[in-house]
Write a protein that binds this ligand. Structure first.
Ligand code: DGI
Ligand code: FE
Ligand code: FE
Length: 187
């Protein structure tokens, strides 16, 4: 699918602010793919569609999680986590994207997962460091991303976990599993 067609489909689903974020993730993901040797076209499409389901009704997302037999544990955690796996499902169903690498990058863009592919890492990181992001610690991760994809990813996950802890939010187990997997590989 061409960039313009994908952007048009996504623009109908999300707010103007989220669309600007999406453009930032797209640019960043392409740069990271170029730098770290991943498929730039797949990075572009995964980035464009990564937040496709961000504004879907919670009840609709819940039904999809149940009906499609996704991890039921999702329902016990923050509904902010749902748009990633639900997005992967809807992007296939509604936008006709069938490439499993792209769909997995969308599915795991919020939690990550153990044994992430390069494309999955790139989408996770691009989502975190795109130019429109301004939270504490993001500049450090941007610097790391210039040299080491895994170190940058570990730092962004650390920041996210600490951020959630400070808000007294529970951490989705897959987030911890991802973090542990990445750190283990750096030993
Ligand atoms: O959709 P975005 O805002 O671009 O970013 P995202 O998909 O990475 O994250 C969406 C939200 O999910 C964000 O507010 C943080 C939250 N989140 C990420 N990991 C976890 C989490 N929430 C819980 N409870 N547990 C997690 O492990
Ligand atoms: Fe997201
Ligand atoms: Fe995002």
């Amino acid at each position: 699918m061409k960039r313009e067609e994908a952007l048009e489909l996504v623009q109908k689903q999300i707010t103007a602010h989220r669309y600007q974020h999406t453009l930032g993730v797209m640019e960043t993901a392409i740069l990271l793919a170029e730098k770290y040797g991943a498929d730039e076209k797949k990075a572009e499409l995964a980035a464009i569609f990564h937040d496709y389901a961000k504004f879907r009704d919670k009840e609709e997302m819940k039904s999809i999680i149940v009906d499609q037999k996704m991890n039921p544990e999702l329902l016990e955690y923050n509904s902010e986590l749902w748009h990633a796996p639900v997005g992967a499902y809807l992007v296939e169903k509604e936008a006709g994207i069938t490439d499993p690498e792209i769909l997995d990058a969308i599915c795991y863009h919020t939690s990550g997962r153990p044994n992430m592919t390069k494309l999955e890492k790139i989408i996770y990181l691009a989502d975190y460091i795109e130019p429109g992001r301004h939270f504490p610690g993001v500049e450090e991760v941007r610097e790391m991303a210039k040299h080491d994809l895994n170190q940058a990813l570990i730092q962004s996950m650390k920041n996210t976990i600490v951020f959630l802890l400070k808000k007294n939010q529970r951490i989705f187990p897959l987030t911890f599993l991802t973090y542990n997997d990445l750190v283990k590989k750096e030993d």
